[in-house]
Design a protein around this ligand. Structure first.
Ligand code: EPZ
Length: 431
C-alpha cells in the first residue's frame, strides 16, 4: 500500500492544467449505454474510479478502449444488464448505469451502492425519478432491479432531497428521459457544472434538452441516439484543491483549463480569507502573502460552496488567523478529516454538522490516515504547511479522484514523495 511523505514549508508556485473532471466523466461514461455507436471521450483523467467504471461497463457488454486520455466506449444493444456488487460497492457513481440500461435495454440489475465513510448515501431520488418514467424499480437481494416491457414515458417530477438537489439523481433521470416517449420536466434539477456538461454531451448524441444550467431541465425524448466525441471539462474540485494549497503556502499558482464560474463560491471564500484571485475565461490564479484569515463557510448545492472542497478549506482554516465555523449542509457526517487534522495539532471542535476551527500558528507533522477522497487531499494540504514531515497513509483513496497528486504538487515546488507504506511486521520489530 502506498503512502505520501510530505515535507512542510514549501511555497507553491507555477501553473498546471486541470485534469479531466472525475465527477463529469463518470456519468458521461454511463451515457455510452444509450447508443450502439461509439462514444469517444477525450481529456479523460487517469483515475481508479474511471477504471472501475470501465470494468462495470465491460461487464455490461461495452467495448472499452483507452489510448492515453482518449476513451472509446461502444455498447451493444443487448448484453448483460447486471452491474455486480463487488464493483458497484467500491464506487457510488456506478449507480448511474441504471437509467441508461432501463431506457435502452428495458431491464437492469444494479447493486445498491451502499454507504461511504461520510454516512448513508441514499438512492431514493434515483428510484423516485425512474419510477416516474415508468421503470418500476424493485429492491431484490441488495440490487435495484427493473424489467419494463415498453418504452419509458416522459413525466414531470420534482427531485428534491433534504439537502436540496441531487447531482447523480439528476444525471440518472436525464440519462433515461432522453430515450423516453414524450416530455420530461425535472424540477429542482442539480445545477452543478457536471450536469450541464452531461446535457451538452447528450445533445451532441442527438438528445433534445433545454434549460441547461438551471433548476428546471426539459427533455423531449427521441427514439435513438448516435455516437459522439466529447472533451471532458477541467476538474473544478481538483483546481480548487490546488488553489487552496497555493493560498495556504503564501504561494502563486495558476490553474488552466477550468472555468472560474464553476468555482465562484470557493474563489470568493479565498478572497475573504485574504488571497488575491485573478482569472480569465478558462484559468484562475491564486496568490497570497502571509497568513490567511478566518472565514465561516457553509456547503450548499451549486452555485453555493461545494461540499467537495469543505475538507480542503478546513485544512486552510486550521492555520488561518482567528476562529472559523464550518457548516456541512450536504453530508452532515463529512468530517473524517477532523480526527486526522487534530493529530497534526489543529484545534477543531465538532458539533453535529458543524465544526469550530481555532486557527493555530502552525501544525506539526505526523502519520495520518486517508479516508474519503477529499478528506485525504485535505491531509496533504495540511502536510504542506506542517512543521516537519507528514505521512499520509492509504493513498489509494486519493488516487480514486486525483491524477498523480504527488507529481502534480511536486511540479509546483512541494516536497512530496510516494513511498511504499511499511507493513505491520516491519513496524512491529521496531518496538
Ligand atoms: C455527487 O454525489 C458527487 N459525486 C459528490 O462528489 C458530491 O459531493 C455530491 O454530488 C454533492 O455535490 C459524483 O458526482 C460522482 P447528491 P451524489 O445526490 O450525486 C441526498 C467527490 O468527493 N440524496 O448530490 O451522490 C444526499 O444524501 C464526491 O468527488 C438523497 O437524499 O450526491 C445528500 O445529502 C463525494 N437521496 C444530497 O442529496 C438520493 O437519492 C446531495 O447528494 C440522492 C441524494
Amino acid at each position: 500500500m502506498d503512502q505520501l511523505r510530505v515535507v512542510g514549508g514549501a511555497r507553491l508556485e507555477g501553473r498546471l492544467e486541470a485534469a479531466g473532471s472525475k465527477n463529469a466523466v463518470l456519468p458521461l461514461m454511463a451515457a455510452c449505454l444509450l447508443t450502439d455507436e461509439p462514444l469517444v471521450l477525450t481529456h479523460v483523467p487517469r483515475l481508479r474510479d474511471v477504471e472501475t467504471m470501465g470494468r462495470i461497463l465491460s461487464c455490461l457488454g461495452v467495448e472499452v478502449a483507452q489510448e492515453g486520455d482518449r476513451l472509446t466506449l461502444q455498447a451493444q444493444s443487448d448484453g448483460s444488464v447486471k452491474a455486480p456488487y463487488d464493483l458497484v460497492s467500491t464506487m457510488r457513481a456506478s449507480v448511474c448505469v441504471l437509467g441508461p440500461l432501463i431506457a435502452r435495454r428495458g431491464a437492469a440489475q444494479v447493486s445498491m451502492p451502499g454507504g461511504c465513510v461520510f454516512g448513508v448515501r441514499p438512492v431514493d431520488l434515483h428510484v423516485k425519478g425512474l419510477n416516474a418514467l415508468g421503470a418500476e424499480i424493485r429492491i431484490e437481494g441488495g440490487y435495484l432491479a427493473s424489467e419494463v416491457g415498453r418504452r419509458l414515458q416522459g413525466a414531470a417530477l420534482f427531485l428534491g432531497s433534504r439537502a436540496g438537489s441531487s447531482v447523480l439523481a439528476t444525471a440518472q433521470v436525464l440519462s433515461a428521459a432522453v430515450l423516453a416517449e414524450g416530455r420530461t420536466e425535472i424540477e429542482n434539477a442539480a445545477m452543478e457544472p457536471e450536469i450541464t456538461e452531461l446535457c451538452r454531451c447528450l445533445l451532441s448524441m442527438g438528445a433534445r434538452i433545454s434549460g441547461l444550467g438551471g433548476h428546471r431541465l426539459v427533455v423531449d425524448g427521441v427514439k435513438t441516439l448516435h455516437g459522439a466525441e466529447h472533451r471532458v471539462g477541467g476538474d473544478r474540485v481538483e483546481a480548487g484543491t490546488f488553489l487552496t494549497a497555493a493560498a495556504m503556502t503564501a504561494g502563486d499558482v495558476t490553474v488552466e483549463g477550468v472555468e472560474p464560474e464553476s468555482l465562484t463560491a470557493a474563489l470568493e471564500m479565498l478572497v475573504a480569507m485574504g488571497a488575491e484571485i485573478t482569472q480569465g475565461p478558462n484559468w484562475v490564479r491564486c496568490r497570497a502573502h502571509g497568513r490567511l484569515g478566518a472565514a465561516d463557510l457553509t456547503t450548499l448545492p451549486f452555485p453555493g460552496f461545494p461540499t467537495d472542497l469543505q475538507a480542503q478549506f478546513m485544512a486552510a482554516l486550521t492555520v488561518s488567523e482567528g476562529i472559523s465555523v464550518v457548516t456541512e449542509r450536504i453530508f452532515p457526517d463529512r468530517f473524517m478529516h477532523v480526527a486526522e487534522l487534530l493529530r497534526l495539532g489543529a484545534r477543531i471542535s465538532k458539533e453535529g454538522a458543524q465544526a469550530i476551527v481555532h486557527g493555530a500558528p502552525s501544525l506539526s507533522g505526523a502519520i495520518v490516515m486517508a479516508s474519503d477522497l477529499r478528506a485525504s487531499a485535505a491531509l496533504v494540504l495540511a502536510g504542506l504547511v506542517a512543521e516537519g514531515e507528514t505521512e499520509v497513509r492509504r493513498v489509494y483513496h486519493i488516487d480514486r479522484g486525483y491524477e498523480r497528486i504527488d507529481e502534480r504538487f511536486a511540479s509546483l515546488g512541494a516536497e512530496i514523495h510516494r513511498e511504499t507504506q511499511p507493513d505491520l511486521e516491519q513496524t512491529a520489530s521496531v518496538c
